[in-house]
Design a protein around this ligand. Structure first.
Ligand code: SAM
Length: 230
């Protein structure tokens, strides 16, 4: 039984996929997908030994050792060409770290046609990475659980992905078009939070002008979007 957040990630793993879940911790995602017959094989990648042991334990306990293998490795170094991985999931970390993992060993994505990414923060960074690395966003989901809001970004390989403007990169093309209650609540909170940060910055001894402009621009963008859709 997966959390709502991981269930939303699982929804975008294609039937018959060969999945690598990078930063897998307990390997809940690949174990669940193997048990449900969605994936034919899975790599559960972890860089830290404690979570790696969690993954090994869970795979054994749930009896899916034939399909799912835990590997102790940094990022995409968990996968090799022989694995013929076609789908990579990375969930539950910041967008900057997700982007760093994908960039570091980008050549290992050669056979990968789908990425399912769930950044906890920094979604804009991830969208920008996809757009500049030959991946087209094909779906987005926003999920509220335990007082947090999570975005799931799904992208497929495409030689000429759509080029988005700043606003679309910040809010997400699909989430913006859908603008559901979770989306609106997220950006109302984000507007208030950004306003508080701006106040703090402005009360500093030496005010960094670039930072002030950045925060003001962000607030303006949020206000415009909320006015349009809220
Ligand atoms: N993916 C699971 C989820 O969404 O529930 C676990 C998320 S957990 C918060 C993040 C995991 O990523 C940690 O177990 C951490 O050790 C792992 N991690 C961080 N950097 C990594 C890297 N470069 N390569 C592999 N795993 C990494």
């Amino acid at each position: 039984h997966l959390s709502q957040r991981l269930a939303a990630v699982a929804d975008y793993v294609p039937q018959g996929a060969r999945l690598a879940d990078i930063g897998t911790d307990h390997a809940y995602l690949p174990v669940n997908l193997a048990k449900n017959g969605v994936i034919v094989s899975g790599i559960a990648g972890e860089v830290v030994s404690g979570p790696f042991k969690n993954a090994e334990h869970e795979i054994k306990r749930e009896g899916v050792s034939d399909q799912v293998t835990a590997r102790l490795a940094n990022g995409l170094q968990a996968i090799a060409p022989d694995d013929r991985i076609d789908t990579v999931a990375i969930a539950g970390m910041g967008g900057a770290l997700i982007t760093q993992i994908l960039t570091q060993d980008f050549d290992r994505l050669a056979g990968v046609s789908r990425l399912v990414l769930q950044p906890n923060v920094g979604e804009m960074t991830v969208r920008r990475f996809l757009m500049t690395h030959g991946f087209q966003l094909v779906a987005e989901r926003i999920v509220a659980e335990d007082g947090h809001t999570y975005e799931i970004l799904v992208a497929d390989r495409k030689s000429d992905p759509e080029q988005y403007d700043e606003e679309t990169l910040r809010f997400g093309p699909y989430l913006l078009a859908e603008h559901n209650e979770i989306f609106i609540a997220k950006w109302q909170r984000e507007l208030a939070r950004t306003g508080a940060v701006l106040q703090q910055v402005e009360s500093a001894h030496e005010v960094p002008a670039a930072k002030v402009t950045e925060l003001q621009t962000k607030m303006q963008q949020i206000k415009e979007v909320l006015q349009r859709v809220g």
